[in-house]
Design a protein around this ligand. Structure first.
Ligand SMILES: [Zn+2]
Length: 326
């Protein structure tokens, strides 16, 4: 790392991951990092570009890096606006270097491939210094997700409660317990295990920048900084968030065969069990009626496939149930 995290003020630099290639024997892959250190206070570690095609969080952290005045900051911000740098350079979800999904690489491995090395640096190098972790996602190129906070479920209910309180401090309209069916290898699962107040987001997606979701993301991050006392100001929140949960495998409505996906409901719609959510058209079987994708249970439409083209097994619709574990 070419900056000193213990030094006061604003520092902008890179974390260097040695990456020896045919055209670059002793070079490195550079992951941008910004430290803004003011007076005494909590340490907020924030990453965007966990997936390289999720943009609202990147813009939010860039703006924060430029605008926060270390002279008035109580605590420290450690910002990684393109943490999965190879994926962010390529505008792709997964790293083109090793093909891995960085968000399935925790706790990482310093002797593993690049995505695992970046995860290990976060897990062992940065998370132990931090009190609060912000992981700013959107739906990426393949999904649109209701702009919302995600909440990590921990073994200790007090930690789960702290994560929900963090989401409430962020102040999106919905707080959604999404634990990827118990997946322990995500950045948020790792941070929560380390005891950090862990706050995730999903801010639309589809590979574009949603102005509304970007505004929610910018406002939410500043709300968190106000809530934990790092900056002055009055938080602007949507009110008490609606709490939802995605934790059953049939929440993920997958395409049973290849086809053209036609959504029949907008994001955020509350539906009954059996409601028609979408159609899958087989353009190579003209006389076949489209396959109906119907709600497996009563819930809220949390995510929708963005590209119409779908292969068998592609995720078309995600439903969330009302309520949460705490
Ligand atoms: Zn993501």
């Amino acid at each position: 790392m070419d900056i000193d995290l213990d030094a006061p003020g604003r520092q902008v630099g890179s974390v260097r991951f040695a990456h020896s290639l045919d055209n670059d024997a002793w070079g490195a892959d550079l992951v941008p990092i910004i430290s803004i250190r003011g007076g005494d206070g909590p340490v907020v570690l924030a990453e965007a570009g966990n997936h390289g095609d999720e943009y609202e969080g990147m813009i939010t952290l860039l703006e924060l890096a430029r605008s926060i005045d270390p002279a008035t900051l109580r605590g420290q911000l450690i910002l990684l606006p393109a943490v999965n740098a190879p994926a962010a350079r390529a505008g792709r979800r997964c790293s083109p270097v090793d093909g891995l999904n960085y968000n399935r690489c925790f706790p990482g491995d310093f002797h593993g491939t690049l995505s695992r090395q970046i995860a290990a640096f976060l897990y062992h190098g940065l998370m132990p210094r931090a009190d609060i972790f912000l992981d700013l996602h959107s739906g990426g190129s393949s999904l649109e997700i209701m702009p919302s906070n995600t909440v990590e479920v921990a073994e200790d209910p007090a930690q789960t409660r702290a994560n929900l309180d963090g989401a409430q401090a962020f102040g999106a309209s919905h707080a959604v317990f999404v634990n990827n069916l118990g997946e322990p290898r995500t950045a948020t699962a790792a941070a929560s295990r380390r005891g950090l107040v862990t706050i995730g987001t999903e801010m639309m997606g589809g590979g574009f920048v949603s102005p509304e979701a970007l505004a929610t993301c910018k406002r939410g991050v500043r709300n968190v900084l106000m809530h934990f006392g790092l900056i002055d100001g009055v938080p602007e929140r949507a009110g008490d968030p609606v709490v939802l949960t995605v934790d059953r495998s049939d929440a993920y409505h997958l395409a049973p065969h290849a086809g053209v996906f036609e959504r029949r409901v907008p994001l955020g719609t509350e539906v009954e069990a059996g409601a028609l959510l979408g159609l899958l058209h087989d353009v190579f079987a003209p006389m076949t009626e489209p396959t109906e994708l119907r709600a497996a249970f009563a819930g809220t439409v949390y995510a929708l496939r963005h590209p119409a083209h779908a292969e068998a097994g592609n995720c078309c619709i995600v439903l969330a149930e009302a309520g949460g574990p705490v």
